[in-house]
Design a protein around this ligand. Structure first.
Ligand SMILES: Cc1ncc(COP(=O)(O)O)c(C=O)c1O
Length: 411
């Protein structure tokens, strides 16, 4: 036996914030020959996805499915509602809000970004000022990222709607739920969201490749006012089940549809409330452990949350700081020694700077349970010890208490 053998054999654990762990049920559903795309099972199956997707988004309105990643859904949402010269407001808590804003700009849309940095949620006073200053209602839409996966800040979408209503601002409210759907509570209709974009590779547990734009009647009316829209991105035929089955703009994404069917079956068998409760508890176990690890004499040498308070944190992803280059060292050590892959830091430091090596992220979205999180935390603690990274005591005990507590004792 070699002296320096590792413990990375066996099933690896990809704990990055998307793509997420794919359930065996989804993999098995996809493992089949190509079906007929013109008749038979696939058409019935596609039909069945629509109500189940809407149930996850908590909407009775429309959904369009695209063969695209989340960037495709971003573009589809913009293309169907806005035209060059329109103005939008983008409150930002991280890299993904900026990315959506940049895409809008590239389409000729005028963008006003309210940048709240990477460690803060939306500041509603500043959003109110911007909306009040918009006397002529030039803003046609407010683009908000629910959970910004780079910073792990989760924003209050319902409060944004409330504010827009209070100020009687008619802009569309458009939400990016790519990281939050199927993880954090999201209620499209109850919260008054006009357009919501998401993708299949995070809370929906399916390999990357299809994405979704949900839209209500107000958004459909905005679409109807546009003089022209690219044929591929037009959401109207896609949201019309009569023509939809054979309208993916071409060949249907056959195997993704089977995979998504299996994923939606898992979600609805568990129940949305239960899915959200599970994610909340997994997140709390992680936070409790990280708080204990960060509790050392000189906190600047140890682990620190990016999102300063629990109220600001997503239940799907946690962004952390560990002085450079320790975060990168920890990720490398865990991957090669324990078969555990953590997410890179994103958008918190330039990727060509030494500071980039001081951040990492934990993905805890989708097909994740208590024993996986205890394994993740045990792995990280092992890495801290192997690399002599300073850390406080009691992390695993704290996490174990979260899992053994009654639901009513939490938060
Ligand atoms: C919040 C958010 N928006 C948008 C995207 C872009 O999605 P995709 O990488 O599928 O294009 C991501 C991807 O991680 C995301 O987390």
């Amino acid at each position: 036996m070699q002296e320096n053998y590792t413990h990375s054999g066996g099933r690896g654990y990809l704990a990055i914030p998307g793509p997420s762990v794919i359930p065996d049920e989804v993999l098995q559903a996809m493992h089949r020959p190509s079906p007929n795309i013109y008749a038979g099972d696939l058409l019935t199956l596609t039909d069945s996805l629509i109500p189940d997707l809407k149930a996850v988004a908590r909407t009775k309105h429309s959904v369009a499915i695209y063969i695209a990643n989340g960037h495709g859904a971003w573009e589809a949402a913009l293309m169907n509602t806005l035209q060059p010269g329109d103005r939008v407001l983008v409150p930002s808590s991280g890299r993904f809000a900026i990315g959506w804003a940049e895409m809008a700009e590239a389409l000729g849309i005028e963008v006003e970004i309210l940048d709240f940095g990477t460690e803060a949620a939306w500041d509603f006073e500043r959003i109110a000022e911007a909306l009040k200053a918009d006397i002529g209602h030039q803003f046609k839409a407010v683009l908000g990222v629910h959970t910004d996966t780079s910073s792990s800040i989760r924003n209050d979408v319902a409060a944004l709607r409330h504010l827009m209503d209070e100020l009687q601002h008619p802009a569309l409210l458009m939400a990016d739920c790519i990281a939050s759907l199927g993880c954090d509570r999201f209620e499209m209709d109850l919260w008054g969201v006009d357009v919501m974009v998401s993708a299949c590779q995070k809370g929906l547990m399916t390999p990357a490749g299809i994405s979704f734009v949900f839209f209500n009647d107000k958004a459909a009316a905005a679409r109807a006012r546009l003089p022209r829209i690219s044929q591929y991105w037009d959401w109207s035929p896609r949201a019309n089940p009569e023509v939809f089955y054979q309208y993916f703009g071409g060949t249907a994404p056959t195997h993704h549809l089977y995979g998504l069917r299996a994923a939606l079956d898992l979600i609805h068998a568990e129940g949305m409330e239960q899915v959200w409760a599970r994610h909340a508890r997994l997140a709390q176990a992680i936070w409790t452990a990280c708080e204990a690890w960060g509790d050392i004499e000189d906190p600047s040498k140890g682990l620190r949350f990016n999102a300063p308070s629990r109220a600001l944190r997503s239940h799907a992803v946690t962004a952390l700081h560990l002085p450079s280059p320790k975060a990168s060292d920890l990720r490398a050590w865990l991957e090669s020694n324990l078969g555990l892959t953590l997410g890179i830091g994103l958008g918190l430091a330039p990727s060509d700077s030494p500071a980039w090596h001081g951040h990492f992220r934990l993905g805890h979205m989708g097909h994740v349970n208590g024993h996986m999180i205890m394994g993740l935390l045990g792995g990280i603690e092992t890495g801290f010890k192997a690399l002599s990274i300073p850390h406080g005591a009691g992390a695993l005990e704290g996490a174990a208490k979260v899992f053994s507590a009654k639901a009513t004792d939490l938060l």
